[in-house]
Design a protein around this ligand. Structure first.
Ligand SMILES: [Zn+2]
Length: 117
């Protein structure tokens, strides 16, 4: 288990990650529901074929946002799992302790700066 973080730092990082997880879940929900509304609108508009192409960029943006949020949510969930398992804060590539300054900015980071670059 990594010892380079104090109990206070870990508590702070855990709170940050949990808050981010809630935020991302809410955003994903909103986009998924928003996207199904767009889908329904497109089905209606397909009977009126002229309008359908204008709907596509909107769908692509919603899908891209959803993908990005899903990836971040995965990273956040994995970081919380590492915290619970006592494996948090070490680079998954080279094994060095990831400095608190980096984790403060990106609590879900699983690599040190040189390995992430
Ligand atoms: Zn590394």
């Amino acid at each position: 288990m990594s010892q380079h973080l104090t109990a206070g730092q870990k508590a702070w990082l855990t709170a940050e990650l949990e808050q981010r997880e809630r935020q991302l879940r809410a955003q994903l929900d909103a986009h998924l529901h928003g996207q199904s509304r767009v889908d329904r609108a497109r089905e209606v508009l397909q009977q009126d074929a002229d309008d359908a192409p204008q709907r596509r960029p909107e769908l692509a943006v919603a899908a891209a946002l959803t993908d990005r949020e899903q990836l971040e949510l995965n990273a956040v969930s994995q970081a919380l799992e590492r915290l619970r398992a006592g494996r948090y804060g070490q680079c998954r590539t080279c094994g060095v302790d990831i400095p608190f300054d980096r984790l403060k900015v990106q609590p879900w980071a699983s690599q040190c700066v040189p390995c992430a670059a």
